[in-house]
Design a protein around this ligand. Structure first.
Ligand SMILES: [Zn+2]
Length: 270
């Protein structure tokens, strides 16, 4: 499943073919993904010029000169394909640009979404309205997280997955960051010291930044040989490593709760 770094690398890859170009053809190929695709999407986007691309949490944002922003979410299985040789049954939106590129949003399981919102009111777009700060932003600080954890009895892992506390963190990166910071996933959030919170924040920023860098810096690095944007192999410390060695020498354990697996090391994470 694409997490924040995959969405960020996707946005960076798309920027290289979409920024400053005009969308000469926009073709939604079905009426809905997880929710309905706006019926006027083709009309509002055709002929528009892309002025910038950005990301909020796990959403990619394509801003146009018509004061509209196309908002995409990759769901479980979504990816953009650049200049695909054929358009397939799972390509649900096809865009051609006056720069000569064809882009296809491919999503076999259709848990993703496409929305078109006025750029100046994105903050009130329902999925964005209650989001916490971006983990890579300067507002994600020890003081902020300390205040957010005050009197919180929930386990730290659940608090970090709570999108109103911090935006865009998913299971993989939370497991990895907790291991790097040597904090047990079951610790009560409010029990963490300022030093532990600071180390956790550094770990979160480091693991996300490393994953984004692994995505590469040129279009060739972002896209697979088949032109697909969105997924990159990662070398995890604990995620999916049940029974293998933690970098500390301990053994990686797995605990399942609420349909989600937690990977951790009882040796170094306290
Ligand atoms: Zn360990």
């Amino acid at each position: 499943m694409p997490e924040l770094p995959e969405v960020e690398t996707t946005v960076r890859g798309l920027r290289q073919v979409l920024e400053s170009v005009r969308l000469s053809r926009v073709e939604p190929r079905r009426a809905d993904l997880r929710r309905a695709i706006p019926a006027d999407l083709r009309q509002r986007l055709t002929g528009a010029r892309v002025i910038a691309l950005s990301r909020r949490a796990k959403y990619g944002l394509i801003h146009t000169d018509r004061a509209d922003t196309l908002i995409f979410h990759l769901g479980m299985s979504g990816r953009w394909r650049i200049d695909p040789s054929v358009i397939g049954v799972h390509d649900h939106l096809v865009i051609e640009t006056d720069g000569g590129h064809t882009l296809a949003l491919n999503d076999p399981r259709r848990f993703g979404s496409l929305d078109l919102e006025p750029t100046d009111s994105l903050e009130t777009f329902p999925p964005f309205a209650s989001l916490g700060p971006e983990p890579l932003s300067d507002t994600f600080t020890t003081a902020y997280l300390q205040a957010a954890f005050v009197r919180r009895k929930g386990p730290i892992k659940a608090l970090l997955l709570n999108q109103t506390i911090v935006a865009g963190l998913g299971n993989i990166y939370v497991c990895e960051a907790l291991n790097i910071a040597r904090v047990a996933p079951s610790r009560v959030g409010g029990s963490l010291s300022a030093t532990e919170i600071t180390e956790l924040i550094i770990a979160i920023k480091d693991v996300l930044t490393a994953a984004i860098l692994a995505g590469g810096s040129t279009l060739r690095d972002y896209a697979t040989p088949s032109g697909e944007l969105g997924y990159f192999f990662k070398q995890w410390r604990v995620y999916g490593k049940t029974g293998e060695a933690c970098p500390c020498g301990g053994v990686v354990l797995r605990r399942a709760e609420a349909g989600r697996s937690t990977f951790y090391c009882a040796e170094c994470q306290r």
